[in-house]
Design a protein around this ligand. Structure first.
Ligand SMILES: [Zn+2]
Length: 379
């Protein structure tokens, strides 16, 4: 086996990390190729076409919201993507309910930024405050189990709260901050499926102290599918159709909304800052900035040279990291030795635990395939 590290000719991903990366004859990596393929539907559109589609989408959301208190729901973390989206929703005249999942790891700045967004937009805010003892037990179970994606409990619960609110208030549109421009490239080895409740429950049952998690918000993936396919829930990725440039979006938020920058993508949460800025790299060998910067290269926002220069900066300021580590240990009730041991353990794959991937997902795929065949026969 050759140990030579191969770099992509376009982005800054390389064969050094475990991305299962491959290269074409021009030296372009499989992630760049996937980016072009996945987003061809939008990359080939002119600004005029994008604008027209954006306006159409806004009209549909407004029309579906007629007679209701809200046109749409938007999850808000205080981070760049969701803050920008919420501010734009205001400008588009969408009557939006903001939903915030407070997992008790918000930085002070995040709290202020969410306040600023509410002030600027005038939108109502629904905040779900998690039961900390339960959530801590769940997060600790993830940490002790050796699995990679420590963000699953937060991301799963946020989505559960949003789905519940949309059903309860009969809101059929959810604005999501997902965008190809700043996060179109994200190797699947760097994250895990957030919908896999079976995995969450099994990890907790093996490593949690509490017997059962009772109030933690959860949803089953077939419920999500029912809402999307039968109830009429729509996930709207408005940022796809906008000029969404990271630096310009930040400047806009600073100037117009009074928002302040965190110094890193998703650093609005102290947990996320510590996880992405330290754990993911030290324990699992990933530098998530490489994926983010590669997305910016592929969407034409920065040059490869700029990305490489950016990567030379430390992932996180060392004083901040020290403070975060102490805060993390105290809040999670780990001793420094205990945590060091966890960091030294070998990673354990998520699929070492029960998962929908073993039965439910393949079954669903089969059913969908049959439905497609049946539809063809009926035609
Ligand atoms: Zn590439």
């Amino acid at each position: 086996m050759s140990s030579k590290v191969r770099s992509c000719n376009k982005c800054i991903l390389d064969s050094n990390d475990d991305y299962q990366i491959t290269f074409d004859i021009n030296g372009i990596c499989s992630y760049c190729e996937k980016f072009d393929k996945d987003y061809i539907f939008i990359l080939n559109k002119t600004d005029e076409e994008k604008n027209r589609e954006l306006n159409n989408l806004i009209e549909i959301i407004k029309s579906d919201g007629k007679g209701k208190k809200y046109d749409c729901i938007c999850g808000i973390s205080g981070g760049l993507d969701s803050s920008f989206l919420a501010a734009k929703a205001k400008e588009f005249g969408l009557r939006t309910l903001l939903v915030h999942f407070d997992n008790s790891w918000n930085s002070e700045l995040a709290v202020k930024n969410v306040e600023q967004i509410c002030k600027y937009t005038g939108f109502d805010l629904h905040t779900y405050v998690v039961n900390w003892e339960e959530f801590k037990d769940l997060q600790k179970a993830y940490i002790k189990s050796g699995v990679l994606d420590w963000e699953v409990p937060t991301d799963h619960a946020l989505w559960a709260v949003i789905l519940k609110k949309s059903k309860e208030l009969n809101i059929k549109h959810i604005l999501i901050g997902a965008n190809y421009q700043t996060e179109g490239i994200l190797p699947s080895t760097m994250r895990y499926d957030k919908a896999d409740l079976k995995n969450i429950r099994d990890i907790h049952s093996k490593y949690g102290k509490l017997k059962k998690i009772r109030t933690f918000p959860v949803y089953k993936f077939w419920w999500h599918m029912y809402l999307k396919w039968f109830w009429g829930l729509k996930l709207d990725t408005l940022l796809y159709y906008m000029e969404y440039n990271k630096d310009q979006a930040k400047q806009y938020l600073v100037d117009v909304v009074g928002w302040r920058d965190y110094g890193g993508k998703h650093y609005e949460s102290i947990f996320t800052r510590f996880y992405q800025g330290y754990v993911l790299n030290k324990k699992f060998g990933y530098d998530k900035r490489k994926a983010h910067l590669s997305s910016l290269i592929c969407s034409g926002q920065i040059s490869k040279k700029e990305a490489i220069e950016d990567l030379q900066n430390p992932m996180i300021n060392s004083d901040v990291l020290q403070d975060d580590l102490q805060f993390f240990l105290k809040k999670m009730e780990f001793t420094a030795d205990e945590f060091q041991q966890i960091m030294n353990q070998n990673p354990v794959p998520h699929l070492a635990f029960k998962s929908y991937s073993t039965f439910e997902y393949p079954l669903l795929k089969k059913i969908l395939r049959l439905l497609v065949i049946a539809k063809k026969i009926i035609k």
